[in-house]
Design a protein around this ligand. Structure first.
Ligand SMILES: Nc1ncnc2c1ncn2[C@@H]1O[C@H](COP(=O)(O)OP(=O)(O)OP(=O)(O)O)[C@@H](O)[C@H]1O
Length: 245
């Protein structure tokens, strides 16, 4: 076990978002947290990251270091791509040359080219900025990564490349992850297991393993799973246009 949420509940302005939420994230496991807009996915992720203290329940952490990848890249506009990627390493007191070398290695891992390293975020495309955000997270060598709808804002074609990047990184750098999304096919592609939340009251509607091995599922297998699950009543809310963000 790397991370566990035990009976976690939270409210904003006295209004409960979810109660009694349970999650145990295993070593090397990727769990997708899925649900319609407003069901509490981001709040759960922020509780897992320690950014929000839950009002009820407790969080157990058994990892060295975590990193968070947000929906927006959140790069510092006055820093180069390489400096942004190495930002977390600077905080740990690492020398400039070592930091740059590690940042460059992670930048290459996510498909950034050396000619991009000295560019500022404004000079990068949206997809390149999100690649840099993933590289920055990986640079601190986390054993847990928390993804908060990281590819919602990128083009459909690019989305797939970025999902593959996460799948490959989880394999080579062996981290565990929680991956928040409202896209069932994304969840089926990147995760080992999914937890589906209700938009009504944040309760867990379903929790299931995804058949096959992450990264080895064919497009056909993914399509068939999504097609069949999307007809189940538990998934109806997820496809309800009134609940889309
Ligand atoms: N800081 C806050 N103050 C008040 N209400 C909040 C705050 N943060 C979240 N909420 C409310 O809590 C509920 C859950 O929000 P959360 O962002 O966790 O949902 P989500 O499932 O991640 O949604 P989305 O998919 O749209 O990002 C929503 O009704 C939201 O309006």
């Amino acid at each position: 076990m790397k991370l566990a949420l035990h009976g976690v509940g939270h409210s904003f302005l006295g209004r409960s978002v979810f109660e009694g939420f349970q999650l145990t994230l295993g070593e090397g496991e990727v769990v997708a947290l899925l649900g319609p807009s407003g069901c509490g996915k981001t709040t759960i992720l922020q509780i897992a990251a320690g950014l929000i203290e839950p009002l009820r329940g407790r969080v157990e952490r058994a990892y060295r270091r975590h990193a968070v990848v947000f929906q927006e890249p959140r790069l510092l506009p006055w820093q180069t791509t390489l400096a942004n990627i190495g930002y977390g390493l600077a905080a740990s007191g690492m020398s400039r040359s070592l930091r740059d070398a590690q940042a460059a290695a992670r930048a290459r891992d996510v498909g950034l080219l050396p000619e991009d390293f000295d560019k500022y975020p404004a000079e990068l495309s949206g997809g390149m900025r999100q690649r840099a955000a993933v590289a920055r997270a990986l640079a601190v060598d986390p054993d847990v990564v928390l993804f908060d709808e990281p590819f919602t804002a990128v083009d459909v074609g690019l989305k797939r490349a970025l999902q593959d990047l996460v799948i490959a990184a989880a394999e080579t750098r062996s981290f565990s992850a929680i991956f928040v999304t409202h896209d069932l096919s994304e969840a089926v592609r990147v995760a080992d297991r999914l937890i589906l939340l209700s938009g009504e009251d944040g309760r867990v509607l379903d929790s299931r393993q995804v058949a096959g091995q992450r990264g080895r599922r064919s497009d056909r297998e993914i399509f068939d799973m999504v097609d069949s699950w999307s007809r189940e009543p538990e998934f109806a809310e997820l496809f309800d246009p009134r609940r889309q963000s």
